[in-house]
Design a protein around this ligand. Structure first.
Ligand SMILES: [Zn+2]
Length: 151
């Protein structure tokens, strides 16, 4: 029995982005590079924020005058964020190690052509019926975005 794909704004945004990434990066090599760059940029940003928050926290601890200033972010907020970001950075590091293995894989030109061909079928123009079917398939996967990020 067919289930209607969820059409909430989060899911729609996900479907759209998912299809765009297939359409714009239709080869194995492009997906390798895209995902590698994506993990790296996420890690770079998280590491930078972590360093900055740690520096701010230690400056506050060593400088009593800061207590008199109006702190935009509370110490508690910084400490909590640092704990979260520490876990995220560890996960990203693990993902990067796995991505490295994927990055080493080489695909022949004939297989790359197959990737392009099927990418066209998977992610045609946004209002195509295939897209709606695909959206439904993704909605049924246990890690669809509307089931995560619920705090
Ligand atoms: Zn939804």
């Amino acid at each position: 029995m067919a289930e209607e794909p969820c059409q909430c704004s989060d899911c729609q945004r996900f479907y759209k982005e998912h299809d765009r990434l297939i359409r714009e990066f239709p080869t194995f090599k492009q997906q390798q590079e895209l995902n590698w760059a994506s993990i790296q940029s996420f890690r770079t940003l998280c590491t930078k924020i972590t360093d900055d928050l740690q520096r701010e926290l230690s400056e506050r601890e060593s400088n009593e005058d800061n207590i008199l200033k109006e702190n935009h972010i509370s110490d508690k907020e910084i400490t909590e964020a640092l704990n979260e970001l520490e876990s995220v950075n560890a996960y990203l590091y693990s993902i990067e190690a796995l991505m490295e293995r994927i990055f080493e894989t080489k695909i022949s030109n004939n297989i790359e052509s197959k990737f392009k061909e099927l990418a066209n079928e998977l992610a045609p123009d946004p209002l195509n019926i295939d897209r709606l079917i695909l959206n439904r398939l993704f909605h049924q996967t246990p890690d669809s975005p509307d089931k995560k990020n619920i705090n």
